[in-house]
Design a protein. Structure first.
Length: 218
């Protein structure tokens, strides 16, 4: 009694793989719950929503996986457990594939990585006193403009300023269409931000940061 739990929750959420949001009318009216959702999104923690009484009180998660809580309690719990297991398996598989991709890239480039937080890395490419740096964030969800905005803010937090130091969002999905890429370019307002599918990561770094390709030089 008397202990403030919100600071502990805010500290614990980024360390988790998953947040299960019960989207009820009461939760939707809670400023604390809204803060917790924002903390999860800012730290690339996967969210699944259980909608109770038809609530859609959290606009920022409307396009994320969701279940509707129906009258069959036993069926609800079965569906929920199956969905959570599947979502966690997909997330861990994507994380593993990202790490394998970066390990392969390190064999081709003079690459070092520094962990800045959950699914957030600072890449240092090239030898010498002034290596090229890149902020890389990855999420096992399709990109959206809110994620792109968080990437832009994260670029400033990581101390990147020069145009030669891009920030990259790696997302689970296909590469962008020409129309989607044009929309991303428009939203970036000249910021050096890139949205890549996982299979585009190695070609992007090899073609855009050739000066760091020490392993490929004769």
């Amino acid at each position: 009694p008397g202990e403030e739990v919100q600071p502990r929750l805010h500290q614990a959420i980024p360390e988790r793989d998953f947040l299960l949001l019960v989207d009820s009318p009461d939760a939707a009216s809670s400023g604390w719950v809204r803060e917790e959702v924002s903390v999860a999104l800012a730290n690339r923690v996967a969210i699944m929503t259980v909608r109770v009484a038809g609530s859609e009180g959290f606009p920022q998660v409307r396009d994320l996986p969701a279940l509707t809580w129906g009258p069959d309690e036993a069926r609800n719990l079965f569906d929920l457990e199956r969905a959570v297991r599947s979502r966690l398996a997909l997330r861990r598989s994507f994380d593993r594939r990202v790490q394998q991709t970066l390990a392969h890239l390190a064999q081709l480039l003079d690459l070092r990585t520094i962990e800045l937080g959950p699914r957030r890395l600072l890449l240092s490419l090239g030898a010498g006193a002034a290596p090229r740096r890149c902020l890389l964030e990855y999420e096992d969800a399709a990109y959206d403009l809110a994620r792109l905005h968080r990437l832009a803010r994260g670029r400033g937090d990581a101390g990147l300023s020069a145009p030669a130091e891009p920030a990259v969002l790696v997302h689970r999905g296909r590469g962008l269409s020409a129309e989607e890429q044009a929309a991303v370019d428009w939203a970036c307002h000249g910021e050096p931000l890139q949205v890549l599918a996982l299979d585009q990561v190695v070609p992007f770094f090899l073609s855009n940061l050739p000066s760091a390709a020490a392993a490929e030089s004769p």
